[in-house]
Design a protein around this ligand. Sequence first.
Ligand SMILES: [Zn+2]
Length: 256
Amino acid sequence: MSETKNEIPQVIQEITQDQIRQQNQETTLKILNQNSEIKKMINTISENHQLNNFEDKSNIPIPFSLIERNKTDIFLQSQIVTEYQKLVKQINSPKLAFEYPFILVGHQQTDPDGYQYIVFNELVHTQKDATILEKNEVEHDPNKIRQALKKGDVIALGHTHPYLTDKETSNYFTNKINPDIKDEYHIKRIGLNLSLQDIYNGIQLKRGLPNKNVYSCLIMYNGEIGLIDHNQNSITKANNIIGVTEKEIINIPSPN
Ligand SMILES: [Zn+2]
């Protein structure tokens, strides 16, 4: 094959990828803007800090309290409960406090009486084999994600938010936001909010897998698990999160 022939498809592919990214960014803002409080908050923060493009806005914290709760209960089976407990320990230990990537896989269930719920049965670690973990960003191994996707029709793209000291986070965007604005929108300490980027990643996955039931999952250093539903043209958070082990049934705290 001549060089030219090789080049053309590559250029087309790059343009397409760029267009997809732009579309997903627009969709993310459209979905977030449907929530009037979140819209007001993003506009205020963007204006105050002159955040003009999506990249800059992606660091804006999105408080869980502004996201409506839906009616779906989520059950986490034993292996996930064990991994969750391990991760919470790790992200509270200074040497291991990183953002760990993972994916939850499971199935939608319906009882004879019509009660619908989701059972996640496995947490798959999706960290690249030779990667350096970061404290404020996360990277998944696409091959591990692809393998995990085969295991269920419901998936939750997840990562941890570690405990970081005030000194470690002194340069983080959330700490630059005016305290009055933080109070007004219930923006919590770093690690206890979603970020606009987190929402984007979930929306991007849903758009790539329209036939899957797609969630985002956040395991936070305070032990809370946040699960965000991306299957409607809005975002909502899951109802109860219940851990089911051989010995017990645990109510897992989730952010209000
Ligand atoms: Zn995050």
